[in-house]
Design a protein around this ligand. Structure first.
Ligand SMILES: *Cc1c(COP(=O)(O)O)cnc(C)c1O
Length: 373
């Protein structure tokens, strides 16, 4: 087979700031702190629409393929670059995990100190490992994410630090590039429905901003409907009230008082979309389906978008042929403990060929029965 070494897009990919600088608040003087984030795959679904009993064109935008394994890198490259431009030496964030992993990685590249406040006992092991390895000052707070964010705001009043949470407008600016990529990957059109998990609500705000900018610049001729999903135990926007003790297995969206609440509601209403909820059981089921039928391993929060598509499919929500993009916000390896808890445990065998054969034959039979639903 011929290989054209000049064509692969990703080989020359410069990261989102270089690629989209015309749409971002940067100048020639802005130092670009990048890990070449962005350019993540838009993977077409092969099985789930059939399984959900719908005739839709479904894609997964796999943001878990970013350098630190979540979409947070898109906003962090810009937030850290601007902090560097402004001469910041210390950055600080509250995080359910992925923001701290990303902040720690980009800060280390910029030669800055990062400080991250995380809720004690609620952080996925992969995310904690990342913040620790990148040398962040990691503080576990006896409280939830909302407490951490409150403390970060107070801390910034006392010390000369740059906040890199999504209340930092550069985060939203960087994250909007996800919309640009989707439109380009779909050949110059937006999806009909853009589905994503909603936690602090920065991402839904950012994607909506990105689509609108491409629309007003004449690059696309219509806008998608924005469809957000919260976890049922952590659904302040759906319920219309702050949740004091949010609960969900999807720790990345375990947030009771979203910072970008108003702009999430605006994205929903301006686009004619929805923000609804899915249960932890639905999230877990969707995470397993995604891994076992599509070959894509995403973390629980990401699977909320797929659980949402399943739920709306059951209600007959999607018109035939609709183009639906699910944002898979983070990689499944971020939370290995959860995956091991919900998946089938490895079988155990003596080191004997007959025992292994017997076990395999039975397992293969069971799998075959299972895959013909
Ligand atoms: C941060 C995060 C979310 C939530 O995004 P918001 O912008 O806070 O709504 C969802 N999934 C993953 C994996 C995340 O890291």
């Amino acid at each position: 087979m011929e290989i054209d070494i000049e064509s692969p897009h990703s080989a020359a990919w410069p990261g989102i700031i270089q690629r989209y600088k015309r749409y971002l608040p940067v100048t020639a003087d802005t130092p670009v702190i990048t890990l070449l984030e962005g350019n993540t795959p838009l993977i077409p679904a092969v099985s789930l629409p059939r399984l959900f009993g719908v005739d839709i064109e479904l894609y997964f935008k796999f943001e878990g393929m970013n350098p630190t394994g979540s979409f947070k890198d898109r906003g962090m490259t810009l937030a850290i670059s601007k902090a560097a431009e402004e001469g910041a030496e210390i950055v600080v964030c509250a995080s359910t995990g992925n923001t701290s992993a990303s902040a720690a990685a980009y800060a280390s590249r910029a030669g800055m100190i990062s400080t991250v406040l995380i809720p004690r006992g609620n952080i996925a092991q992969g995310k904690l490992a990342q913040a620790m390895m990148h040398g962040a000052v990691v503080v576990q707070i006896d409280g939830n994410f909302d407490d951490c964010l409150r403390l970060v705001r107070a801390l910034a009043e006392e010390r000369p630090v740059a906040i890199v949470n999504s209340i930092n407008p550069y985060r939203i600016e960087g994250q909007k590039t996800g919309s640009f990529e989707i439109c380009q990957q779909l050949g110059g059109r937006p999806p009909d429905y853009h589905v994503l998990p909603v936690g602090n609500a920065g991402n839904i705000t950012a994607y909506w901003k990105g689509y609108r900018e491409f629309f007003y610049n004449g690059l696309i001729d219509r806008l998608p409907r924005m469809i957000g999903f919260q976890a049922a135990g952590s659904a302040p926007i759906v319920r219309g009230m702050r949740i004091d003790k949010p609960e969900t297995v999807a720790t990345a969206i375990k947030i009771g008082d979203p910072a970008s609440w108003k702009s999430a509601v605006a994205a929903r209403d301006e686009s004619g979309g929805l923000i609804e909820e899915v249960t932890d059981d639905e999230i877990t089921h969707a995470q397993k389906l995604l891994a076992s039928y599509e070959g894509v391993f995403a973390e629980p929060a990401s699977a909320a978008s797929v659980a949402g598509v399943a739920k709306l499919s059951r209600k007959g929500f999607f018109p035939k042929g609709a183009c639906v993009v699910c944002i898979l916000t983070g990689h499944g390896l971020k939370d290995p403990e959860r995956a091991i808890a919900i998946a089938e445990a490895p079988a155990r065998s003596s080191a004997n060929i007959h025992a292994v054969l017997d076990l395999l034959d039975r397992a293969v039979e069971a799998r075959k029965r299972h895959s013909n639903p």
